[in-house]
Every structure is written in C-alpha cells, then in structure tokens.
Design a protein around this ligand. Structure first.
Ligand code: UGA
Length: 435
C-alpha cells in the first residue's frame, strides 16, 4: 500500500514509521520545515524509546520519506491518513478542527483515483461526515471514502502499543475502503489483533469513550486514596483488592497527583462539550474533569500542610516534571500546577527531570533546574516525587539525608513506603496511605 500521513507529530510519526515497518510505502508530511529537515537528517523531534532506530531502518530501505509538500504525496496514495493536532479550542473546550478541515480541502484537490481518507486524529463524533462534505464540495470529481480509525497508543510505549494493540477500530460504510483497511493492517490482523469494523460515528465515539473511561478510573482511585487517608486504609491494597476482580481489572488504578498529558484532559473536556451540545450530558465525566482539575493544586496543599501551612522561606525539591515517565511531554502535567501553587505560597522550588527540563523551562518561571536528585535536594526542606521515572526508584536516602535541610519525602506516586525511608531519618507522606 502507498500511504501518506499528514501531520508528523506524535501519532503521525509513530504510526507512519510503524506502517513503513510493516512493508508499506509511507510519505510523512508536515508543514513545519524545521521538523521535516530534522527528520530527514535522522533527528527525532520527540522522545519516544526505540523510535529513532525504526525511523533510521525504514529510511534506509526507502519505504519511509519525509516532505513538506503535501501535493507530492497525494497523487499516488492508496490511503491518506489525517494525523494533525486537535487541540482544545481556547475559551470553550471544544476540539479545534481547523487543521483537520484544512487537510481535507488539500487532499480533495490532490488525490487521483480511488483514495481512502482516514482520520487518525482524535475527532468528535460527526467530524467524518463534515470531512466528507467538505471534500465533495471542494472537488465533486474526487473518488474518496472517508474512514475513522482512532489511535490508542500511549506515549512512552507507543511502538509496542502500535505493534501489539488490544484492538484496531475502523469506522466506515464503503466496501472498497474496508478491503484497503484490511490490507493496511494485515500484519497485525495476522498477529491476531482484533480488527473491529463499525460505523464511522461509533468509531469516533469509541476513542472518546475509551479515554474518558480510563480518566474516570484514575479519578475514582484518586478519590478512594483521599478516603483512605481519612479512614486509615491503604489505597494500594484497595486497588489490588478490587483489581483482582476481572470485571474491574488491575490497570489504571494507581493513585497519584491527577492525570495529565496531551490526551485525557483535552479529550474528556471535548466529550463533555459534544455531549452537552447533543442534549445528553455525561455527568460522570463532567465530575471527573472537575475533580482532576482541583486535585493538582490539592497536592501542593498537602506539601504546604506538612509545614504547618507556611512554606515561606522553605525550599521544595521536585523530582519529575513530565506528565508521566518516558516522555519529554509537559502538556497538562500536574507538576505545573503543583509548582505554581508552591511558589504562590512563597516556597523556593528546585526541580529535576531526566527528559523534560527543556520543555519545562519556559513554563516554570523562577524555578531552579538541577542536574539530578542529589543536586536539587541540596539544602531542601522536602523532596517531592511527582513523576515516577525508573531513575528515581533506587534513591540513596542516606546520601539525601546528608544534603537536605529537612529530610521529608512527599511521594505523590507511592514509589516508596514509610518503612523504607524512616530508618534514614526521613518523614514520609504518600498518597492514600495510613498516616
Ligand atoms: C492515553 C491513553 O492511555 C492511550 O490509550 C491513548 O491513545 C492516548 O491517551 C491518546 O489519546 O492519544 P497517554 O496520554 O500517553 O495515553 O498516557 P497514559 O499512560 O494513559 O497516562 C495518562 C495520565 O494518567 C498520566 O498523567 C499518568 O500519570 C496518569 N495515570 C495513569 C495515573 O495517574 N494512574 C494510572 O493508574 C494510570
């Protein structure tokens, strides 16, 4: 298959590369010249473990190319994927579809012969209908079928998720498009990944329903964690105790500082808006959004409370800035609100992250960035783990106790326990654990 991928951001670059790796011929397009130039030189603009090697290999084989010129990638294409961003629109929280619709117009003018146009971007229900309308209006001659094929990969585990998905969801009504999509996903299909064909609208909703459910599951365990703190129970044991019930499942039950990232916050909000527009509000998700928003600053209050409500003159060291480990992505990371709240309360903040500092720097004014855990802990009154990078899982507490002014660990990811750190003179505050 000849595939054109419009948008070389996270989803576009990972899926385009993996499709080339399946043996398809892939052209990745992006308007950002600097990004395309970098990719042509083998430089990967995002941090994703393993991606650089697969890009290099497929570039060498000639199956993966990069360009800023969309028209050159359209005439020969069997399938054109739209993987451009759908950020939250300023002011109202709806998904901003302007990049998607602009791509649709360009595709309509450039394609030759039967072409399947697939939305991989996360788009609200009904977007496929609008794309089809725009394309037919732009070029009534174009022989196209518009398909929905949402992506479920996680940052930091994107390649593994793409190669071994729990399922592939495809929404369409055109038989020719179905055959093309079966061919595109043949290697995964042979691998027994379930390929679920449904209607376009259902497919679009599956993506939002999936992310909203996961966000709700995290928020549920976060509220249970607060309750555990009040009643003297342990949230990790509650999570294990309920997670062993197969109907509930053990994944996404790690209590923490609230979900962040480029997907859950934006997608839950967009689902809330779509549902309200259709007069069918999703109140569970409305509440999930509200709880998660307040949780981040509540985490800062937890730290402040440990100092009797006053952190003026105190130095707080923050370990981990990205919204989760194995990414350099700072979008909607809980660390941003936590640090802002600590600074508003008068604390000095020092911080370290293995990959996120460059992206964090412009967002976090007044923060001192260090070179590692022991560096930022120097003279600090508390060490706060916000992101559970593996590099923070074997800290030397003897050494930390030696350099900190007050040895206090606030562990917002429950990486350690009181028993592990107490022998070194550390005070310990976790999430949802008996005090
Ligand atoms: C999420 C979904 O997991 C993917 O399936 C989906 O494709 C993607 O959004 C998307 O729509 O593109 P991602 O945002 O990369 O993937 O990250 P997750 O691993 O899902 O984590 C999201 C947030 O939830 C992080 O802040 C993480 O720390 C938090 N989380 C996750 C918890 O606090 N507890 C958990 O048990 C799990």
């Amino acid at each position: 298959m000849r595939i054109t991928m419009i948008g070389s951001g996270y989803v576009g670059l990972v899926s385009g590369t993996c499709f080339a790796d399946f043996g398809h011929d892939v052209i990745c397009v992006d308007k950002d010249e600097a990004k395309i130039r970098a990719l042509e030189e083998g430089k990967i603009p995002i941090f994703e473990p393993g991606l650089d090697a697969i890009v290099a290999q497929n570039r060498r084989s000639g199956r993966l190319t990069f360009t800023t010129d969309l028209s050159s990638g359209l005439t020969e294409a069997d399938v054109v994927f739209i993987a451009v961003g759908t950020p939250s629109r300023r002011g109202d929280g709806h998904a901003d579809l302007s990049y998607v619709y602009a791509a649709a117009r360009e595709i309509a003018l450039g394609v030759k012969g039967f072409t399947v146009v697939v939305t991989k971007s996360t788009v609200p229900v009904g977007t496929g209908d609008e794309i089809e309308r725009i394309m037919r209006e732009t070029n009534p001659e174009a022989d196209i079928a518009v398909v929905s094929n949402p992506e479920f990969l996680r940052e930091g585990a994107a390649i593994e998720d793409f190669r071994r998905p729990d399922r592939i969801v495809v929404g369409l009504s055109d038989e020719r498009a179905r055959e093309v999509m079966e061919e595109v996903y043949r290697p995964l299909y042979l691998n027994r990944s379930p390929l679920l064909f449904t209607t376009r609208r259902t497919s679009e909703l599956i993506k939002y329903a999936g992310n909203a459910f996961l966000a709700m599951k995290i928020t549920f365990i976060n509220e249970m964690a607060d309750l555990c703190e009040s009643v003297g129970a342990d949230v990790q044991e509650v999570a294990r105790g309920i997670g062993l019930d197969n109907r509930i499942g053990s994944k996404f039950l790690h209590a923490g500082p609230g979900y962040g990232g480029s997907c859950f916050p934006k997608d839950t909000l967009a689902l809330v808006k779509t549902a309200q527009d259709h007069g069918s509000p999703v109140r569970l998700i409305e509440t999930t959004v509200a709880i998660n928003d307040t949780r981040k600053r509540a985490m800062a209050r937890k730290v402040i409370a440990a100092f009797g409500g006053d952190v003026r003159g105190k130095t707080i060291a923050i370990l981990g800035l990205t919204f989760k480990p194995n990414t350099d992505d700072m979008r909607d990371s809980p660390a941003i609100s936590i640090i802002q709240a600590l600074r508003d309360a008068g604390a000095q903040v020092s911080a370290y992250d293995p990959e996120g500092i460059e992206n964090a720097r412009p967002m976090l004014e007044g923060v001192t960035f260090g070179t590692g855990p022991y560096d930022i802990a120097e003279g600090a009154d508390a060490l706060v783990i916000v992101t559970e990078w593996n590099a923070f899982r074997a800290l030397d507490f003897r050494r930390l106790a030696g350099v900190m002014r007050t040895p206090l660990l606030v562990d917002l990811r429950n990486v350690y326990s009181r028993d592990e750190v107490a022998p070194y003179g550390f005070g310990y505050l976790g999430i949802g654990r008996p005090l």
